[in-house]
Every structure is written in C-alpha cells, then in structure tokens.
Design a protein. Sequence first.
Length: 86
Amino acid sequence: METLAVSTGVAIAYTVVLFVLLIIGPLVVTALKGQWLLFAAGWLAPGLVWTITALRLGRPGSWWARRFYGPRKMARAEDRYGPVSP
C-alpha cells in the first residue's frame, strides 16, 4: 500500500492545507458573520463550533451579510437577529 505523501514535505503540505480548510476557514467565516460569542466559544472546540457557525445565518450588519446576502436572505437575518442598528 502506497501512502499519499511521497515525502515529508508533501505530508506537511497536506497537513497545512487540511488545517486551513478545517480550522482557519470556519474561524474566519464565523468572525465575518459577526458571531462573536460563538467565535469565542470555538476556542474550546476549535473545529466543531466554528464549522457549525459558518453554516448558520450571519448577523444583518456583518460584513458577510452586506457582501453576500440578497434581499430575501437579509430579511431572514433581520427576522432572526433584529434590524441593523446604526
């Protein structure tokens, strides 16, 4: 049976890519969605909480919502979290 990594350098590269995809990616999305309580809670179980939060609806005033949400999804976010305060 052959391993996927043919050298130590390739194994390290695989590890770094998996770390970014499974930990850093959801961490950044959680922060961009403005879910600060869950962002802080994610430090207790790093991959799990941030991944779940990354899949949830973001706060209406967050960078994520302003950038990616259309009128229908923004209305859903406002129904869940309340309107954006100035």
